[in-house]
Design a protein around this ligand. Structure first.
Ligand code: BGC
Length: 354
């Protein structure tokens, strides 16, 4: 699948009846999935700050710790409470069909934030990062680090970890990474000793790091991996919370910076950046939540003012009712070599935080 991120298209404005024409009169509902992962706290805080700066009233709610009924309830209240635009990062992309019928009836525009909301025609726009590219960056990193292109390279052992299959992003992270890595599984350059090479087998409930840790511990004992045992060369982890669980399991097994398998990640969460500095996790993918928040605030503003809404992808993201006009921000690789420039110099973190 190819995603055209370079083309900027202008989509017809969504001018819904009942929308206030000025920022000061409008209330924006922001629904986030959980406060237990750093990234969503950051996303929520950035959205709130930037929307308020633009003059909007903001109702920011977190759905406990990934609690679907809580999220449904909160959205229902936002709709009945008269919010003018909804920005939603769904826990389960397919669980909001019923509740969003209310938004559609009241002509409240819905922006799907980071994760696509499936099976509802209530979604007007989608703003996210180029999720396929995230997977490709991870795949290419492993391809280079393991020298898979090199004819002289002997087979390397790898295991796979991704997120829950109810997060539509997982299809893209997985698809992008496997586009690069599948040929090497097919030609034997990569070997997955557990045989767990499908997205479903590699899935992690709620992206929970303890779940990932438990599964990695099981793989260590069933495949005999260890610094003194069967060599484990790499672990593809779709994000940092799974990478953290995997890293904990590997550290308990006695791996250290001198022999650590190559572990990938995504988000540049603080624990992962610390692990990158220590030589455990090898890389992460940086998705600057400030950029995504700024783009969504721009979308909200354009919707409220009845202006054309800027999108740059009108082909890739079909939510089951049709393609949702999307804006894809660009993810970039984060490693030991560039984290200072990427994360400190840009003001994302203070050195003391990581
Ligand atoms: C996001 C990732 C995040 C994961 C777990 C995904 O939908 O795109 O950035 O790591 O959810 O919260």
């Amino acid at each position: 699948m190819k995603i055209k991120t370079c083309v900027t298209l202008l989509c017809a404005a969504f001018v819904a009846a009942g929308i206030s024409a000025t920022a000061s009169a409008a209330k924006i509902g922001v629904s986030m999935p959980t406060q237990s992962l750093q990234r969503w706290n950051q996303d929520g805080a950035n959205m709130k700050a930037q929307l308020e700066k633009a003059g909007y009233e903001v109702e920011l709610l977190y759905a406990g710790d990934n609690d679907i009924p809580t999220q449904v309830n909160q959205i229902e209240n936002m709709i009945s409470g008269g919010d003018d635009v909804l920005v939603i990062a769904a826990i389960d992309g397919s669980a909001l069909t019923e509740v969003l019928k209310g938004a559609k009836e009241k002509k409240i525009p819905v922006i799907s934030y980071d994760r696509l909301i499936m099976n509802t025609d209530a979604v007007s726009y989608y703003a996210t990062f180029d999720n396929f590219k995230v997977g490709q960056i991870q795949g290419h990193f492993l391809e280079d680090a393991l020298k898979l292109k090199d004819a002289a390279t002997t087979p390397k052992n790898i295991e796979f970890f991704t997120g829950p299959t109810d997060d539509n992003n997982v299809n893209f992270f997985w698809g992008g990474a496997l586009e690069v890595l599948q040929p090497y599984l097919d030609n034997g350059k990569l070997v997955c000793k557990s045989g767990q090479t499908t997205k479903e087998q590699a899935a992690t409930l709620n992206w929970n790091n303890e779940e990932a840790q438990k599964r990695m511990e099981n793989l260590i004992s069933s495949c005999g991996y260890g610094p003194e045992g069967t060599k484990l060369d790499a672990v593809l982890c779709s994000n940092d919370s799974t990478a953290n669980g995997v890293t904990n399991a590997l550290l308990s097994e006695g791996y250290d910076a001198s022999n650590f398998p190559i572990v990938t990640g995504q988000d540049c969460d603080r624990p992962s950046v610390k692990n990158i500095k220590k030589g455990y996790q090898a890389m992460s993918v940086f998705k600057d939540t400030r950029t995504l928040a700024a783009q969504v605030v721009k979308m909200v503003d354009e919707i409220i003012k009845g202006q054309p809404v800027e999108v740059n992808d009108t082909k890739t993201y079909n939510n089951g009712t049709g393609v949702i006009p999307s804006f894809l921000c660009t993810p970039v690789i984060g490693t030991k070599d560039n984290y200072k420039k990427l994360l400190i110099d840009s003001g994302y973190y203070k050195e003391s935080e990581i």
